[in-house]
Design a protein around this ligand. Sequence first.
Ligand SMILES: [Zn+2]
Length: 256
Amino acid sequence: MIQTTQNSLTFFKFSHLARYPGVLHGIFARTGGISSPPFDSLNMSTSVGDTPEAVGQNRRAVAACFGNRPLFFLNQVHKTGVHVVDAAAPAPKQPDGDALVTATPGLLLGIKLADCQAVLLYDPVKNVAANIHSGWRGSVADIIGITIKTLTQRFGVNPADILAGIGPSLGPCCAEFVNYKNELPPPFWKYKDKSNRFDFWQISRHQLMAAGVPEAHIEIAGLCTRCRTDLFFSYRGEGRTGRFAAVIGMPDKTLK
Ligand SMILES: [Zn+2]
């Protein structure tokens, strides 16, 4: 990943997506915002106990890194709802859902995170972007495959053209599932070590490939949120804490 600092915010870009001027994106570190502990400081979520004023200012600071374009979020519910966004501005109430898709340049898709994965997708051929929230429930339900199906059916995307980035999240070092036999299906069990720690990065990589994304188009951030609470919020590591942002969109004028 490529680390960038802008307007005193730090964010990370996937190197393959950064090569395309047709995509705006970043995974934001938790620093540089205005929220007080335990939400310090660039918290994106209004449902963890932080003040709406602080969250609003933090969200505006993130959008400012991309020319103040409208930034959409969902009320994430760990299910498989995919929202296609084409409106000019976010509705006051966030819709329920766990994946955002747009073919409209100038809109920013945001996912809020504290250990779950953001999976960013971009198709440079059809110029379509998606941002997926995939926690373990999303992995079990294959929200990655469901979102790619939406891209294919609604926008004629060929999965072979998709570039995918798997963001910082609970790593194979920390994703212990003691009740995995009740929570995770048998096909996932080969991704665990002797301590019942699962490699959800590899699970997502295989789900992307099963949906037709070429292996060479997949980049894994490889940063564990629980190990790196200096950079990211971690629900497992901290309990009551904030949510960091993963953002993707396309500029309204094609940059040359
Ligand atoms: Zn870890």
